[in-house]
Write a protein that binds this ligand. Structure first.
Ligand SMILES: NC(=O)c1ccc[n+]([C@@H]2O[C@H](COP(=O)([O-])OP(=O)(O)OC[C@H]3O[C@@H](n4cnc5c(N)ncnc54)[C@H](OP(=O)(O)O)[C@@H]3O)[C@@H](O)[C@H]2O)c1
Length: 325
């Protein structure tokens, strides 16, 4: 039985905790947040035994085997390092850190501490996305030619909100743009050869919207767009020379359609009642039980190359954070 603790009992942590009872061989036993009242309420709501508002008490609990890090992005690298030094395995929310340099430093520490660590790219573990990858692998759309994906919504414009706040690593690219980019990298099993990107910046100095075009090896093209100030048509399209795949709301996909000259086939996953975070958590538990230090679906190499791609896009648009160092 692996016992988990949550560091950062906010919005996503609540959804993760709600899905957690479906994970086999694991139990959520603790949560930490700075505000005592809110972490107590979080633990009551999710039937979690230990509510901590002192970080040392949380990391000092020897019963916690795995820490799920769900703070705003700018804190990820620092918190994961603390967890590793306390002897915990880690699942850390996306983006794994603010940049590739921080990402590499954390993986080096994980190797030294001999602990499992993975970026929470939950989308790649969803049954619908696994089906989409198998369609592409089987050549059902012929040769891969292009990837088009959007993730955009009208968010809260309060300058203090984490996505508007540069101190917390705010902006569209790192929060939602990471999904179109990770899908294009994963489908191509590669990073882009060239990148073009343009952004609209908010008054707080983060990218409210970022539109990206890339070329991958073999002439495969990608159009990848993100916004926290516009409702985009949030569908992933994968084009081949013999058909296409459409995945609405692809980052949390429960349905995908394959369209070829032979007709149309729709895959519907049986997960309408859930968020789908249990699949990544189960994968983490299974990998730890097997003595692995990383997961093959979201390897350390994949997270580093994803972060390097995001660094290159940030260079194109001129987005720098104080916490980049
Ligand atoms: N996988 C997904 O589908 C998904 C969805 C949404 C978000 N996320 C990721 O999850 C992370 C958290 O997002 P969220 O929407 O859950 O954020 P949120 O609701 O603002 O929660 C953040 C949590 O971190 C704690 N925290 C600790 N130190 C903090 C600090 N210095 N400043 C602010 N908060 C601090 C906050 O509690 P206290 O203030 O009490 O400490 C709060 O519980 C982000 O990195 C995001 O990319 C993933």
């Amino acid at each position: 039985m692996l016992r988990w603790g949550i560091y950062g009992a906010g919005k996503i942590a609540g959804e993760f905790a709600a899905d957690f009872p479906k994970v086999k061989g694991a139990k959520l036993i603790a949560a930490y947040a700075r505000k005592e009242d809110s972490v107590k309420l979080f633990c009551e709501t999710n039937e979690i035994e230990h509510a901590y508002h002192k970080e040392d008490d949380f990391f000092g609990n020897p019963d916690i085997d795995v820490v799920y890090v769900s703070t705003p992005h700018a804190l990820h690298a620092e918190v994961v390092k603390k967890a590793l030094k306390a002897g915990k395995h880690v699942l850390c929310e996306k983006p794994f850190a603010l940049n590739a340099k921080q990402t590499k430093e954390v993986f080096e520490l994980a190797a030294k501490e001999n602990r499992f660590v993975m970026e929470a790219l939950w989308t790649l573990f969803l049954p619908t996305i696994q089906k989409v990858f198998s369609w592409v692998e089987e050549g059902r759309i012929g040769e891969l030619r292009a990837v088009e994906a959007n993730f955009g919504f009208v968010g809260n414009q309060d300058p203090e909100w984490r996505l508007m706040n540069p101190k917390l690593g705010g902006g569209a690219l790192l929060d939602v743009g990471i999904y179109p980019v990770l899908m294009a990298n994963a489908l191509n099993k590669s990073i882009p050869l060239s990148i073009n990107a343009h952004s609209h910046f908010t008054q707080t100095g983060v990218d409210g919207s970022t539109f990206i075009t890339c070329e991958y090896p073999n002439g495969i093209m990608a159009s990848l767009n993100a916004s926290v100030e516009m409702d985009l048509v949030n569908t992933l399209f994968i084009y081949g020379d013999q058909g296409r795949i459409e995945v609405p709301s692809f980052w949390m996909a429960d349905e995908a359609t394959l369209i070829t000259a032979d007709g149309t086939q729709t895959f519907v996953a049986a997960m309408q009642e859930q968020h789908g975070y249990e699949y990544e958590a189960q994968a983490v538990c299974d990998a730890i039980e097997n003595g692995e230090s990383a997961h093959k679906i979201v390897s350390h190499e994949f997270s580093i190359s994803l972060m390097e791609t995001l660094d290159r896009i940030r260079q194109e648009i001129g987005l720098v954070y104080d916490a980049d160092e």
